[in-house]
Design a protein around this ligand. Sequence first.
Ligand code: SF4
Ligand code: SF4
Length: 130
Amino acid sequence: MFTVSLYLKIERQKYMAIIITDDCINCGACEPECPNTAIYEGAAKWRFSDGTGFTGKGAHPTAGDVDSDKENDAISMDLYYISPEKCTECVGFHDEPQCAAVCPVDCCIDDEDVRESEEVLLSKKTFLHV
Ligand code: SF4
Ligand code: SF4
């Protein structure tokens, strides 16, 4: 039988990056659920080292050479946002994006313009947590 969960699993094979839309109500529910600490409050600067095992400098699979402790500018000044370089779409941890699963207003959605393969997402996870 073609279940809804199977359908969702097939849909997730597309692996589109997750973005937070302007519908965010700043409830903060998603932030502690992210296994990569990729979600930040509006205006907060983000670092690769926040909540990960990455220290020093290294070659990120998609971002190139990065410094773990460098403070990077916020992507949104008003609403929670996701660092795309830290987001693995929960690949390597969970079957579905946890931010989307807990968001009360369903504003964590697939970014149709950004797709990454499972291989790339797993390499990002390894980079962040080794
Ligand atoms: S999809 Fe997963 S890894 Fe990406 S921001 Fe949401 S909770 Fe974090
Ligand atoms: S759970 Fe949804 S509404 Fe709440 S902060 Fe996260 S993205 Fe915004």
